[in-house]
Design a protein around this ligand. Sequence first.
Ligand SMILES: NC(=O)c1ccc[n+]([C@@H]2O[C@H](COP(=O)([O-])OP(=O)(O)OC[C@H]3O[C@@H](n4cnc5c(N)ncnc54)[C@H](OP(=O)(O)O)[C@@H]3O)[C@@H](O)[C@H]2O)c1
Length: 292
Amino acid sequence: MSKALVTGASYGIGADIARALAARGHDLVLAARSGEALDRLAAGIGAEHGITARALHADLTVEADLERVAEAACDVDILVNNAGAGLGISFERTAWAEERRMLQLNVVAPARLLHAVLPPMLERGSGRILNISSVAATAPVWQGTTYGASKAFGLALTESLAYSHRLRASPVAMTALVLGHTASRFHELAGIAPSPPLLTLPSPYVAERAVRAIHRRRPPVVCVPSVRYKLLTGLLQHLPRRLVTLPGLADDFTTIASHAPGTAARPPESGGADGEHGVLAAEAGGHRERQL
Ligand SMILES: NC(=O)c1ccc[n+]([C@@H]2O[C@H](COP(=O)([O-])OP(=O)(O)OC[C@H]3O[C@@H](n4cnc5c(N)ncnc54)[C@H](OP(=O)(O)O)[C@@H]3O)[C@@H](O)[C@H]2O)c1
């Protein structure tokens, strides 16, 4: 039986990925900040699927916590870099502490965990890595914010490593999941409107597609669940930029009226002390425009 570590597994897509992995018989390490909720989930999944599921309480934006997760990741067979958050305020209006924490969560933490698991996986000659990226990584559809750039890091890093000679020659495989709107707490916590129903994918569906993809003999480097989003990402990537960036087509956070300047909630500089679900943009409030 092999072991998988899933970050951001307490709810949303990460919890569904954990369920899909458990259904295939993998033992689990589930990392997130939530305390009792994560414990309950681990106990429930473990009992339902007859596997061992351990809850690892950690705030990935806190250095010491991230190092604990990196240590736990060293002997896993599957790493799922899922934890992530959006920041529904334009760059010039955010507090630097908010930006820094989003970049730590979406960029630094997945890179750190990847750095911890890759050498032992290459040494053993087996392993799977799944990095959760976004359609927002493929084009400037979240204009004026750092979210798309932060998700582009994971996509670019996946491609850079996966196509390298070292990985091509190894059975270790890395996949970026390029996600469109998916039903979860993401939009609510980022302080933005729910995604449009026609474009919203169910979280268990994308989780199953992702887990199926990494179990293939040769997993894809990029996996885009659903035909709709395959078409959309194809258009975003291949149409000339001047067409896909025509004013009004994408969402521009710099034009979205929000709180009065200077009233943005300022999270504590230390990080990690913002409550059980005090994710990056939850305090921002007021952003009710529809975003991809
Ligand atoms: N939903 C979408 O439409 C969509 C689209 C494209 C890409 N994505 C990506 O999909 C991934 C999963 O998002 P989701 O939609 O499932 O969002 P979600 O429902 O908000 O879940 C986010 C998960 O990340 C965890 N998390 C947040 N901050 C954390 C921190 N500082 N340390 C550790 N864990 C933390 C949360 O748990 P705790 O609060 O318990 O820590 C939760 O388990 C993200 O990388 C997101 O960027 C989502």
